[in-house]
Design a protein around this ligand. Sequence first.
Ligand SMILES: *[C@@H]1O[C@H](CO)[C@@H](O)[C@H](O)[C@H]1NC(C)=O
Ligand SMILES: *[C@@H]1O[C@H](CO)[C@@H](O)[C@H](O)[C@H]1NC(C)=O
Length: 228
Amino acid sequence: MERHIRRFLNKLSFASIAIATLTLIILFLQTPQTCIPPNSPSKPHLKFPKSSCDSTPRELVSIDKKNKRLWSSNDWKKKLSSFIHFFQSIQDLGLLHNHTKVICVSAGAGHEVMALSQMGVHDVTGVELIDSPPLVSRADPHNLPFFDHVFDLAFTAHLAEALFPSRFVSEMERAVRPDGVCVIVVEECGDYEVKEIVGLFMKSRFVNSINVTLTGLKMTRILMKRTS
Ligand SMILES: *[C@@H]1O[C@H](CO)[C@@H](O)[C@H](O)[C@H]1NC(C)=O
Ligand SMILES: *[C@@H]1O[C@H](CO)[C@@H](O)[C@H](O)[C@H]1NC(C)=O
């Protein structure tokens, strides 16, 4: 009796495996139609908003408009000139030239990217988890999509918000060439905190730290130089 039941159960599970496999194959072969061609036979329940398939032209217009509004706001202009002022101090140290390849990590809406571009720096890359075209592209600061040593200078004002600060720092260091610079700006802090931050860098040496005002906030700027 027991054996009989077991055999029956075995058969049943074979049957369900066969059915599941068949279903998977059918699902695999049937490509879902997510983008319905605009002139396909009209079926009201299959009509998608045009933007889901064809969003590029409309989006560009709205991004342009949005940027125009954003960039002409007083808040933007104030922050922009503050960043320009800040980067001029890096220029004065001889660490920033028009040909310097710069990456701004966690660049937010891209104030620093625009500031550097306006100063004449040709090659500025801004990355952030959420992109802000055309200034900032989408990339995870913990996993930068760049080869090693491709930048001369890496800047961030958002190390404090990083989920994994040491990973964030090691990605900055990796992206910067030997003898390149990492410039970190954090909320104003004392020597102890500076030491903690410097300790996150494995392949750079400490140059200096000073207290600065950036976008109206009291901040501490830490300079690190990449070793080979
Ligand atoms: C850098 O670019 C700015 C803006 O284009 C220009 O005014 C400046 O002269 C350039 N600096 C050098 C050293 O070429
Ligand atoms: C910056 O300010 C902090 C706190 O206000 C102070 O402890 C620190 O010594 C200052 N750092 C420098 C380099 O002046």
